[in-house]
Design a protein around this ligand. Sequence first.
Ligand code: NDP
Length: 248
Amino acid sequence: MQNRLKDRIALVTGASSGIGEATALELARQGARVAIAARRRERLDALAQELATLGAEPLVLVADLADEADAQRIVHEAEQRFGRLDILVNNAGVMYLEPIGEADLGRWRHMLELNVLGLIAATQAALAGMRARREGHIVNISSTAGRIANPNAGGYAATKFGVVAFSESLRREVYKDNIRVSVIEPGAVATELREHIGHAATKEALNAWADSMRQLQSQDIAEVIAFCVSRPSHVNINEVLVRPTDQE
Ligand code: NDP
């Protein structure tokens, strides 16, 4: 178990909190060396200290992944530091929920740039090296909102449906290069994600909904991701939908 990812190199985006942080730690526990990216340097530095104690030789990459150039840069810096990239976990994301009629399109544009375009840019940057080595695994974090579009979630659902569509198209383009693509669709996970919702009524309703159930923990998703990327190379887990038992 501990060595399932020995000698593997992973880059996890959005690693300064929540699912990304737990994933970086889980991959490290299983033996991977890990690069971690997000905007909050202090959080990344604190995580790096923990990763170092696990032998993960962490690389901290401060980046705004809504910026295409930054999304590409982190991949290249990880490749430079470790010589290659085996696993890219495209996890960074925001969730701005509000009714479509009242939506702040500037915020929705930012959400699209991060959740979709940033993910695409990082993926594109990783493909060249993975193709050359005929090996790699790209894990994209979508959501149950990438399967079911709820009211007040139009913009967010558009990004997460987009991630599912992109992932399937990507898989079909790269499977012959021995590159695997997995898309993970979590239900409610107890993280900071909901804190950024600007629309008060929507935020209140969503928090009440989440509080009504035993939510998933970031570690639950981290273990699913680690399971997907530690399968033998002929096994590609394409899509995983993980809901809390209490979620309808
Ligand atoms: P968090 O808010 O805890 O984590 C989001 C991460 O994304 C943080 O590390 C944050 O770091 C990073 N991030 C945000 N904006 C940027 C940016 N512009 N550039 C770089 N990094 C950025 O939430 P979660 O862990 O819940 O979210 C992780 C992923 O899981 C998201 O894609 C989310 O949509 C998805 N998801 C979450 C669910 C949930 O219920 N929590 C359910 C389904 C999917 P920083 O602020 O330091 O930049």
